[in-house]
Design a protein. Structure first.
Ligand SMILES: [Cu+2]
Length: 150
């Protein structure tokens, strides 16, 4: 009797398919650190030198991501007198991402009673945004900064 040893050792080296799928969605905004805890997200803020008080009124009140929107900026002096005649410039960005606004919003006209139309606002991602209005009017030059959490 012959013991037929049918055991064959077949070594299959299946190379582990290390599919390092580098999902190339690295658009430069991959910092997930939290914004400072003490940020003031008020929609009414006093300017940095205290000359003005300004209120942002986003269209429809909520601030959507990725959509062009119009805002109204209400501007008054610290004592509450509406400011209609002012040179206003808009700037902004994400301090933690090192980038600015994706658009170049502008204050296009005065609407009366201290209100000013801001066109071209857009925020293309979630997180902490800063929007700054530089104001130059009879009472002086100053800036007012708003924090947004999207
Ligand atoms: Cu960003």
């Amino acid at each position: 009797m012959r013991a037929f040893n049918a055991s064959r050792t077949i070594h299959r080296f299946i190379a582990p398919a290390v599919a390092a799928v580098a999902v190339a969605t690295l658009t430069g905004c991959m910092m997930f650190s939290k914004p400072p805890a003490d940020l003031d997200y008020s929609r009414t803020r006093t300017s940095e030198s205290g000359i003005y008080r300004a209120t942002i009124r986003p269209q429809g009140d909520s601030i959507p991501k990725g959509k062009l929107q119009r805002w109204t900026l209400h501007l008054e002096t610290a004592s509450g007198a509406p400011v209609d005649s002012a040179a206003l410039a808009v700037d902004g960005g994400m301090p933690q991402h090192g980038h600015g606004l994706p658009t170049k919003p502008r204050v296009t006209r005065a609407l009366g009673n201290g209100d000013h139309l801001v066109e071209g606002m857009k925020f293309n991602m979630g997180g902490w945004w800063v929007v700054k209005f530089r104001v130059n009017a009879a009472a002086g030059a100053d800036s007012v900064v708003f924090n947004l959490s999207l």
